[in-house]
Structures are given as structure tokens and as C-alpha cells.
Design a protein around this ligand. Structure first.
Ligand code: SDX
Length: 465
């Protein structure tokens, strides 16, 4: 857009009298259940543009930034413009809060560090879905409900026959998850809380089964059925690697696997969660909406970064080459980036990366490979990047993907499966956001655009072109 095409609007936020609005969704529902914590302040913003002054409501959250409701601007002939949604809150949510400047991640108010240390993945799934930690009975009932849904219909075993052994596992997971939507559609009522919760249980339960089947298919190995006697992480590793009844999963690896799922469980309105919400906002089948989220996660700028980190470390080859690659990452004309570094929200250390790094040391020590050359390379790269002005200036730190791949590799999971692990871990977050959205009145997501194409012109018949 040319400089002379820009004009400027003036915006100031003041305590201009505005009706105090409680949670928007519950406001629309005329009366909240228990008063929502997101009580809306009585501030407003006044925007003056093109000789027009518009007062826009400002809502204050439980934690974090105020938001300006710009819904009225369309009537005034304006859209907001925010490619990549850098400054846009797309919805109201009570599930996860991130403070990027201070490296804080809360799930329903509980910090990720405490959850990683004291909780487990299924307990976090319960928390995300129910906004409360379960007591012993509730937890037992939830775990049983998940175990009851872990198996997939026999027809899925035949569906794999049509998939090439060397197909990328994320492509396979997209299609297998989408086929769940074909299976669970006719009798699914998204307006029924019971159906929404059953759908959530099914997805949390079946994703690890489909992930393990995807891996076994690629290795030409027979499928291993889920075992109700095994905890979530251990059951997944057993379905992946079992060689027979006497196969044993190391408790340290089982714990590490569960923690990796836990650390990936949810992360506010990231690209894949926003995709799930947008797809779900049309009333689409939730399993199909989750398949759309898997597709979005696959990209190397998002969940595909864990696979890209290992490929990058392999490409760098040895510590002596690190400086050359760091310089490439700083070169505007070079598309190379340090994968696993940087984040749209975290301008400080990603709290998950810290827990992942600790888990990395635990697993490698357990396996007796604490001098793993890949880990040493990653640590060297991290040290160099964190001391380099370019990274310091842009507040680029390791994110969740930087160390996860090293742990997964040490557990024996092939690089191409890393993002499948991420998708399996993220499923409770995706479906919790879908459930939060469809449980109250919601609008179909339909953004507008800044049109810079041709103005009106008449059609030209081909003989006149
Ligand atoms: C995940 O959103 C989430 O919550 C995602 C996630 C989740 O749990 O769902 O946390 C999971 O996706 C983590 C991110 C995984 N991706 C990567 O590790 C890929 C490498 N990182 C970058 O591609 C990048 O940092 C992004 C995509 C993560 C963030 O991109 P932004 O916010 O759009 O930032 P930007 O591209 O505008 O970069 C700002 C500046 C630029 O330089 P200048 O134009 O200012 O000179 O920082 C530079 C960028 O060139 N930069 C990097 C860099 N990341 C940003 N330079 C080198 N290496 C990098 N990794």
C-alpha cells in the first residue's frame, strides 16, 4: 500500500461512560450462569476518522490486555486491517491464558510448570473440558470413559490398506481423523452437552490409537490394540513399539511421553486452534473440524517445527557450522530460520521449553545418552543465539518445539511422527475450544479484506482480446 494512500485515524481509550458488559457470550445469552470472571470494564475507546467519531466498547479480561470491540466500524464504513491477526482477539475464552512478555502459561488458571510437575495428561484434559481439577472419583470415571473409547472400528484397519507405506504420517492423520467424521455424524447433536462431551472423550481416546496405527502401518507392522490396564502415555508407547506380550515400556519414557502430551495440550488461539474454531463456527462436524486443525498444525511455522528442528540440526551437522547458520538466519535474503526459535506471543522463554529441556535431560540420562550429539548441538545453538544481538533485539527464544524433537528421537519415535505427537497432545485443547464455542450462542467466522484488485470493468469477448 503506497504511503500517500494511507490516512490516519486517531484513537484514544478513556473512562467514557459505557454500559458495563459482562462476558459477551453470556451477555448474549441474557444472564450468565455463575458470574463469568471476565467482567467487562466500563471503558470505551473513541475513534475519530474521516470526520467521524465512534465510541467503541472496551472489555477488560481476568488477565491480560483490554480489548476494543470494533464491531460497530462496519456501519461507519470501515474494516480493521490486521494481517496474521497480530493485534486481534478473535473470541472470548476461559481456557488458557498466555503472558508472552513474562513467559506465563495458565490452563484454567493453573501454571503449566505445576501441572507438568504434579498432574498428568488426562487430568489436564479433564481440567480443560470442565474448568475444574477432578476429585479422585471424577478422575477415575473420566479415565475409564477415555479407555472405553480408545479402540477404533475394525474398518479403520482396512482403510490403511489404501495408504502408501511412505505417506507422510500427518497426511494419514488428517484423513483418518476426517474419516471419524464420516463414522460419527448422523446421530451427533452438537447442541447436546452429552454429545459434545462424548465427542471430546472419543477424540482424546482415539488420536493415540490412530497415531500408533499410522506408525505401525508405515513400518509394515501389525496393529497393537489399546490396553485398558495401561496409563495413557504408556499405552501409546505400547501400541507404537510392542513386540509381544512380554514387551515392557520404561516408566521414565512413559512419564516423559505423558508429559510431552501434557505440554502440548492447549495454547490459546494459535493457528490450528483458530482453524478448528473457524471450521466449527459453520456448524461443521467436530471430527472434521479437528482434521482441519491437524492440517493447519502440519506447517513448519507451527507444529511442523519439531520435525524441522531435527532436520535443521542434521543439516548443520556439527557445532563448527553453527555460526554460519546463525548468520544465515539473520540474513534478510535467506529464508533459513532457526527452527524451534521465536514465537508470535512469547517474547520471553516459552515456559514449556524449560520443562521440555528438563525432561530431555531426564530421558537422555535414563537412556545413558546424556552426551547425545544432537542435544549438545541444540544446547550450543541455543547459547549462541541467545547471546546474539539479532535474537536478543527481536526477543527470540526457544519455543516448545526446540527440545521436544530430541526427546522424541531418544524415545525412538521417527522424525516424521513428531508433529503427529504434537497433534495427539493438542487434541484436548482443540476440542475444548470447539466445545466452549458451540456451548453458547456464536457467529460464523467471516473476516473481510482490503481489496486491491481491479476496479469494475466490462467483459471482453475472446475475439477482441
Ligand atoms: C508453535 O501460536 C502458538 O501458540 C504456536 C505454538 C502452540 O503451542 O500452538 O506455540 C506452537 O507453533 C511454536 C512455533 C514453532 N515455529 C517455529 O519454531 C518456526 C521458527 N519460528 C518462526 O517462523 C517465527 O518465530 C514464528 C512463525 C514462530 C513467529 O513468527 P511471527 O510472530 O510472525 O514473527 P515474524 O516472522 O514477524 O518475526 C519477527 C522478526 C523477523 O525479523 P525482522 O523482520 O524484524 O528483521 O524475527 C525474525 C523475523 O525474521 N525471526 C526469526 C525467527 N523467528 C522470527 N529469525 C530467525 N529465526 C527465527 N526462528
Amino acid at each position: 500500500m503506497k504511503e500517500d494512500e494511507k490516512s490516519y485515524a486517531r484513537l484514544y481509550v478513556d473512562k467514557i461512560k459505557a454500559p458495563p458488559i459482562r462476558s459477551i457470550a453470556r451477555f448474549l445469552q441474557q444472564g450468565s450462569k455463575k458470574g463469568t470472571a471476565a467482567s467487562m470494564a466500563d471503558k470505551a475507546a473513541r475513534l475519530s476518522v474521516g470526520g467521524v467519531e465512534v465510541d467503541l466498547p472496551v472489555y477488560s479480561p481476568t488477565e491480560g490486555q483490554d480489548v476494543i470491540d470494533v464491531g460497530k466500524l462496519t456501519a461507519e464504513g470501515y474494516f480493521t486491517y490486521d494481517p496474521g491477526f497480530v493485534s486481534t482477539a478473535s473470541c472470548e475464552s476461559a481456557i488458557t491464558y498466555i503472558d508472552g512478555d513474562n513467559g506465563v502459561l495458565l490452563h484454567r488458571g493453573y501454571p503449566i510448570e505445576q501441572l507438568a510437575e504434579q498432574s498428568d495428561h488426562l487430568e489436564l484434559c479433564y481440567l480443560l473440558l470442565n474448568d475444574a481439577l477432578p476429585n479422585a472419583q471424577e478422575k477415575e470415571a473420566f479415565v475409564s470413559a477415555i479407555k472405553a473409547e480408545a479402540a477404533v472400528d475394525k474398518r479403520y484397519q482396512h482403510a490403511y490398506v489404501s495408504i502408501a507405506r511412505d505417506a507422510h504420517p500427518m497426511g494419514t492423520m488428517c484423513s483418518m481423523t476426517a474419516s471419524l467424521s464420516a463414522h460419527y455424524h448422523a446421530d451427533l447433536d452438537v447442541d447436546s452437552e452429552e454429545d459434545r462431551m462424548l465427542t471430546s472423550h472419543r477424540l482424546i481416546a482415539k488420536m493415540p490409537t490412530l497415531a500408533a496405527m499410522t506408525y505401525r502401518h508405515s513400518q509394515e507392522l501389525p496393529f497393537v490394540a489399546p490396553r485398558p490396564d495401561l496409563p495413557y502415555g504408556e499405552n501409546f508407547l505400547n501400541m507404537m513399539f510392542s513386540t509381544g506380550d512380554d514387551y515392557e515400556v520404561s516408566p521414565v519414557l512413559a512419564r516423559a511421553m505423558d508429559r510431552i502430551f501434557l505440554l502440548h495440550a492447549d495454547h490459546e488461539q494459535n493457528a490450528s486452534t483458530s482453524t478448528v474454531r473457524l471450521a466449527g463456527s459453520t456448524g461443521a462436524n467436530p471430527y472434521a473440524s479437528i482434521a482441519a486443525g491437524i492440517a493447519a498444525l502440519w506447517g513448519p511455522a507451527h507444529g511442523g517445527a519439531n520435525e524441522a528442528v531435527l532436520n535443521m540440526l542434521a543439516e548443520i551437522g556439527e557445532p563448527g557450522n553453527i555460526d554460519q547458520y546463525v548468520n544465515r538466519a539473520k540474513d534478510k535474503d535467506d529464508s533459513f530460520r532457526i527452527m524451534g526459535f521465536g514465537h508470535r506471543v512469547y517474547k520471553n522463554y516459552d515456559p514449556r521449553a524449560k520443562v521440555m529441556q528438563e525432561t530431555c535431560h531426564e530421558v537422555l540420562n535414563e537412556l545413558g545418552v546424556d552426551n547425545d550429539p544432537t542435544l549438545q548441538m541444540a544446547q550450543r545453538l541455543e547459547t549462541i543465539a541467545l547471546e546474539d544481538e539479532f535474537f536478543v533485539e527481536r526477543r527470540l527464544y526457544p519455543n516448545v518445539d526446540f527440545y521436544s524433537g530430541i526427546i522424541l528421537k531418544a524415545i525412538g519415535i521417527p522424525t516424521e511422527m513428531f508433529t503427529v505427537i504434537f497433534a495427539t497432545g493438542r487434541t484436548p485443547g482443540w476440542i475444548a475450544h470447539w466445545k466452549e464455542m458451540v456451548s453458547v450462542p456464536y457467529k460464523i467466522g467471516r473476516p473481510r479484506q482490503l481489496y486491491t484488485g481491479s476496479g469494475f470493468r466490462d467483459f471482453v469477448p475472446i475475439h477482441e482480446r
